[in-house]
Ligand binder design. Structure first.
Ligand code: COA
Ligand code: MG
Length: 295
């Protein structure tokens, strides 16, 4: 993961036609806010969603939160109107759902480039995040991950993936495990962030904590969420704990000492430490710095 990208630990969706929820989200001190025009919005409310998002981008103070807008899928017939009504108000990024081919990303990126020229904005500052949520999307992850310079993150959509393959969703989630692993692996290979699936039962905090922690352990950099109750558990799961930071610091410091003494592998607290373990500890320290827990 490239740590120059903004942290995206919790990515909160809300229906784009709901100004009350957008305003509420803007006051929650969250990494990413994603105003939706796709499946969170009824077909007859799409025009309202475009207008409301355009208005929010002009009038709402989002504080430190990244302002994302999710368009309808490329090929749905709705995507052009979504972009043309929202892009002029300069969101920080566009989320493209149901991506299964690189061409879909190219098309959106071109539309953004045209807007950058038209409005005289510096090129390349509007990012892309794509949702991969079909069997074909998982099979084509390598081409998707390399599609475009604007692409910063791949988001995994479990509900759509299960409906595409015919899998039955379960609390344990083995039916989506391969797809989740494929997403994190491709993101690591191509320097992208990976954002994990939604936990739809927004009243079950304990279940959310288990799933969020599992995602963090799998190397996802964040998780999609749908309700304010989910912010704290998810932000915590994707931020290294004080204990993890203290341990990582000891590993890094001990490694430096042993290296000076000409020793590559050594024991710390009865466990072997060598280069990959040090590299993992350095990643923990980098995440802690990104979360401003360490300076
Ligand atoms: N973003 C911002 N605020 C939200 C929110 C969200 N996603 N979900 C709920 N809230 C707000 C509510 O407006 C309410 O605020 P209020 O008390 O000031 O009116 C408060 O949080 C409590 O909400 P609650 O009554 O528990 O939930 P709800 O019944 O209003 O909404 C959902 C439940 C699932 C409809 C709602 O959480 C939601 O719309 N989530 C996002 C759905 C979405 O975008 N799906 C597409 C992407 S997967
Ligand atoms: Mg979806």
């Amino acid at each position: 993961m490239t740590l120059t990208m903004p942290a995206r630990r919790a990515l909160l969706y809300m229906p784009g036609d709901d100004m009350r929820k957008i305003q509420k989200a803007a006051n929650l001190d969250i990494d990413c806010i994603c105003m939706d025009m796709e499946d969170g919005v009824a077909l007859n409310r799409k025009p309202q969603a475009r207008q409301t998002i355009a208005e929010a981008l002009q009038k709402v103070d989002f504080g430190r939160s990244e302002r994302l807008a999710r368009i309808n899928p490329v090929g749905s017939g709705l995507e052009m109107d979504d972009l043309s009504e929202v892009l002029p108000f300069r969101p920080d990024g566009i989320v493209i759902p149901k991506v299964d081919r690189a061409e879909q990303i190219h098309w959106v990126s071109q539309q953004i480039s045209m807007a950058e020229q038209e409005f005289d904005w510096p090129p390349g500052q509007i990012h892309l995040l794509v949702v991969v949520e079909s069997a074909l999307g998982i099979v084509n992850l390598a081409q998707i991950a390399q599609a475009d310079e604007r692409l910063q993150a791949i988001i995994f959509g479990a509900e759509d993936f299960a409906s595409d393959t015919g899998a039955i969703r379960t609390p344990v989630g083995w039916e989506v495990f391969y797809a989740r692993s494929a997403v994190v692996t491709h993101c690591a290979a191509y320097g992208l962030q990976a954002i994990d699936m939604v936990y739809v039962d927004f009243q079950d905090e304990a279940g959310l904590r288990v799933e969020a922690l599992q995602g963090a352990q799998m190397a996802f950099s964040g998780k999609q969420i749908i309700h304010p109750n989910q912010i704290a558990p998810v932000q915590e799961a994707f931020t290294p704990s004080d204990q993890a930071i203290a341990h990582a610091r000891r590993v890094v410091e001990a490694f430096a000492e042993y290296q000076k003494a000409g020793v590559g592998a050594f024991a710390l607290d009865g466990k072997m430490v060598d280069a990959p373990i040090v590299k993992a500890a350095e990643k923990v320290m980098a995440l802690a710095r990104a979360a401003e827990k360490v300076f």
